[in-house]
Design a protein around this ligand. Structure first.
Ligand code: ADP
Ligand code: MG
Length: 391
């Protein structure tokens, strides 16, 4: 990547301010239900500490909207991080400019301090210069390892990067390397596998990848709007009427490179155990909706994708949360897991589906950034990356 990274810094005697994405999910009892966002950043923290620096970590959690919220404090995260690091983590329950500054100044080599949830202060999301200044005063070097928030220009992701030497963390570096390679120098043939809820969420990614990839496969809820664009019946499927023309244009532009479902699984309701039918893509009955790609489509997509040089996948093939509408997603995920293609998975729900299937380790790269990975694949410049120092 054309940005400086933690590997380009002499850390001896320095203090690092590291923006991480510890926005982890919690279960009903208030315990962290998946700590992978914490684990993903451990190599960056280790690298900085081993280099001889102390570490001040900043993250957001949830959407407190610029106010303190008791249930979004970070004590459970500080505790889990300390367990994972095997070292104490000091957690400062105060604004970056207040007590945190005092505590940061006492840090010695290898010490780790976690700031309070940055979104408790309105200056964070407003990218307020004074708030960014308060953050910058905590450290000598800024590190951004929060790829999942890199599409937001907030004080801790963008503003502060202009006030200190600013470098990418190892997770950020890996995200940009894998996603960037898809856009810049993919092992061809390059296929895009796109699904998920709506065309509207993915229109720019679709257009971009249709122009760039050798083949594009479309499933998921968005397939219904493509069926409508071909003048086919869609029953009660969610059809985005304002995007039918855009879909027709993509069908026209892509020609034989665009692969749409040839069969689909339909039901009257999104409900486990609801009666289902498998029908040809052109024969969705009145009163029924498309909830998954059909077995013929899943098998064809799986077979063709397995032979690609690179597959970039965003969006489940069906309502994978509700069996049996998970079958299409499972079939393509298994094919990608076994394939020797470079497989890059982006999108929050897609990553969740792959994790549920236990196949995350079998992919070349599963992005930690849902919205950020989509914006990256659209070809947008992400402000949190742009603000880092050029290599
Ligand atoms: P990602 O987060 O990976 O970008 P999306 O958010 O676009 O993916 O889409 C994920 C959602 O799409 C899932 O909740 C899934 O249930 C839904 N979905 C997939 N196929 C269909 C369908 N045929 N009808 C309705 N919803 C669907
Ligand atoms: Mg999503």
């Amino acid at each position: 990547m054309a940005k400086r990274t933690v590997r380009d810094v002499d850390w001896r005697g320095k203090r690092a301010l590291v923006r991480v994405d510890f926005n982890v999910p919690f279960d009903a009892a208030g315990a962290i239900s998946d700590d992978s966002r914490i684990r993903e950043v451990l190599p960056t923290i280790a690298h900085i500490r081993e280099g001889g620096a102390s570490v001040v970590l900043g993250t957001h959690l949830g959407r407190p909207g610029g106010k303190r919220a008791d249930d979004l404090e970070l004590a459970p995260i500080a505790e889990r991080l300390a367990e994972l690091l095997g070292t104490p983590v000091e957690y400062v329950h105060d604004a970056p400019g207040g007590l945190a500054r005092e505590r940061a100044e006492t840090l010695r080599e290898g010490d780790v301090l976690l700031l309070e949830n940055l979104r408790f202060w309105p200056g964070e999301e407003a990218n307020d210069p004074a708030f960014a200044q308060g953050l910058a005063a905590l450290a000598d070097v800024y590190v951004n390892d929060a790829f999942g928030t890199a599409h937001r220009a907030h004080a801790s992701t963008e503003g502060v990067a202009h006030l200190l030497p600013a470098v990418a963390g190892l997770l950020m570096e890996r995200e940009v390397a894998f996603l960037g390679r898809v856009l810049e120098d993919p092992v061809r043939p390059l296929a895009a596998l796109l699904g998920g809820a709506k065309v509207g969420d993915k229109l720019r990614v679709l257009e971009r990848l249709i122009a760039h990839a050798d083949a594009v496969y479309v499933g998921g809820g968005m397939a219904a709007t493509f069926l409508a664009a071909q003048g086919l019946p869609t029953g009660t499927s969610l059809v985005e009427s304002g995007l039918i023309e855009a879909c027709a244009a993509m069908i026209e532009t892509a020609g034989a490179a665009l692969h749409l479902p040839t069969d689909v699984v339909v039901a009257e309701r999104i409900e486990a155990g609801a009666p289902t039918r498998t029908v040809a893509a052109g024969a969705v009955p009145d009163g029924w909706m498309v909830l998954d790609v059909g077995p013929e489509t899943a098998a064809a997509f799986a077979r063709e994708l397995a032979g690609m040089g690179t597959v970039v996948w965003n969006g489940p093939m069906g309502v994978f949360e509700v069996p049996p509408f998970d079958a299409g997603t499972r079939a393509v995920a298994e094919a990608l897991a076994e394939s020797s293609a470079v497989t890059v998975v982006g999108g929050g729900s897609t990553a969740e589906a792959v994790a549920r299937l236990g196949l995350a380790d079998k992919m070349t790269h599963v992005s930690t950034g849902g919205g950020a990975s989509l914006e990256f694949l659209e070809g947008k410049v992400l402000p949190g990356i742009a603000a880092l120092d050029d290599a």
